[in-house]
Design a protein around this ligand. Structure first.
Ligand code: KIV
Ligand code: NA
Length: 275
């Protein structure tokens, strides 16, 4: 099934109006994102913001498929991208193709995302040549939190050349775009100028070709911690807390449910048709 927006359309947006990307993990949120965004990312951040995992390392193919299917159902226009979970692609290009093709076949998404630069270039080329469009992800790659030693900025000083090399390698391998996470803004701007594919920043400053945030972060629904790069556009966690507290108080005081939420034992004759 061909979708209205495909990876070549996203690639062609290089240097134009910034690409707008948000994550989603469910059909109703995907519908909201779809109305305003170019790309909807089923991030493996789902493990942390929806499933309460301490990192993205415990995310499975099954989780990505279930959430991916829900999001694809809600995304009529925005292009879905599904994250490949930790352990599903690093071993070999063949393993990556097996799992990427399964993600695409079982969700209907037209592309996947995976983390890594120079060392994943061979895999990105293998996938791209076989019908799997790849969004790459360099800089801070959260699946590597244990080797990186935390969620620190990646690419200051001598490390800058390595991030630039990673970005150039994924472009040469055929990635249709690349996420730059927690990269200093000058470096992100230099990478954006050096590449012909769109860069999509998260904590990478304004000089990228697009921006992405985790939807639960920007809505104020996930509040366990708050990276500097998150701007809260709403406080839905606070709104939900107020609503749940009001419900609890009304149930305990007997004010909910009221008559309007209840069903009479006998209907008046005029309303009998509406039962
Ligand atoms: O998993 C995720 O949500 C991501 C974005 C933050 C880029 O990879
Ligand atoms: Na991710």
């Amino acid at each position: 099934p061909v979708r209205p927006v495909l990876p070549p359309d996203i690639r062609a947006r290089k240097g134009g109006v910034p690409l707008v990307v948000l994550t989603a993990y469910s059909t109703p949120v995907a519908r909201l994102v779809d109305a305003h965004c170019d790309v909807v990312l089923v991030g493996d951040s789902v493990g942390m913001v929806i499933h309460g995992l301490p990192s993205t390392l415990g995310v499975t193919m099954e989780m990505m498929i279930l959430h991916g299917r829900a999001v694809v159902r809600g995304a009529a226009k925005a292009m879905p991208v599904i994250d490949m979970p930790f352990g599903s692609y690093e071993e070999s290009p063949e393993q990556a193709f097996r799992n990427a093709s399964r993600l695409m076949a079982e969700t209907g998404a037209p592309s996947v995302k995976l983390e890594g630069g120079v060392h994943m270039a061979e895999t990105i080329a293998f996938l791209t040549a076989r019908g799997v469009p790849v969004m790459a992800h360099v800089g801070l790659t959260p699946q590597a939190v244990n080797t990186l030693g935390g969620y620190k900025v990646v690419g200051r000083d001598a490390e800058a050349a390595k991030v630039m090399a990673d970005a150039k390698a994924v472009e040469a391998a055929g990635a249709f775009s690349v996420v730059l996470e927690k990269v200093p803004m000058g470096l992100a701007g230099n990478i954006t100028k050096a590449l012909t594919i769109p860069t999509i920043g998260i904590g990478a400053g304004k000089d990228c070709d697009g921006q992405v945030l985790v939807v639960d972060d920007m809505l104020g629904l996930f509040t366990d911690f708050r990276p500097k790069f998150v701007k809260r556009y709403a406080e839905l966690g606070k709104t939900a807390d107020d609503a749940i507290a009001a419900y609890a108080a009304e149930v305990r005081s007997g004010t909910f449910p009221a008559e309007e939420h209840s069903f009479p034992d006998a209907l008046p004759p005029s309303k009998a048709v509406k039962s």
